[in-house]
Design a protein around this ligand. Sequence first.
Ligand code: GAR
Length: 197
Amino acid sequence: MLRVCVCVSGGGTNLQALMDAIDAGQVTNTQIVRVISNNKGAYALERARKKGIDAVAVSPKDYGDRETFNEAFLECVDAAEPDLVVLAGFLVVLPPEMIRKYEGRIINIHPALIPSFCGKGFYGLKVHEAALARGVKITGATVHFVDEGTDTGPIILQKAVEVLSGDTPEALQRRVMEQAEWVILPQAVNMIANGLL
Ligand code: GAR
């Protein structure tokens, strides 16, 4: 069984997609052992608790400085003894110490086709605003390993999604989630859990 710790910041629809895929048997040999949010009010925590999954908030607001928060966050991850850490809409920069400790064992979902619309400042809706501003006709999502850069680690899976005329950032975000993110994130976890990578 692959022990997975999922890190979230907001709505948690990617977490939901992963939990649903496990329930449906599309992702096998996988157990979500803990969900961690940097944001106490994240609906993702509620989604996890509804499934009986241990869900914890570790908020930077509760710590005097970044270093103390980083230590507490890493302790919270370590305590779950995960084989894999999944960043599913996690909008905090990971402590470099954690990236080194979990090298090759952290994956992230990004809502664009890397290397487009990625790196510092490209997260959430901003990614789709930038894609629309540039006028691309195809966008999508990427699952990749996390290294010390921002969205620079080795790519595991990508899926393309059409941009339609009249798209708002919100409409495009929803299509990218439905057609790409919720498909390739569970797929990537299943590949790792079953030694298919
Ligand atoms: C998702 O679109 C995810 O790809 C994005 O945040 C959203 C979280 O949604 N992540 C990033 O932008 C990371 N750079 P969710 O909480 O509903 O899964």
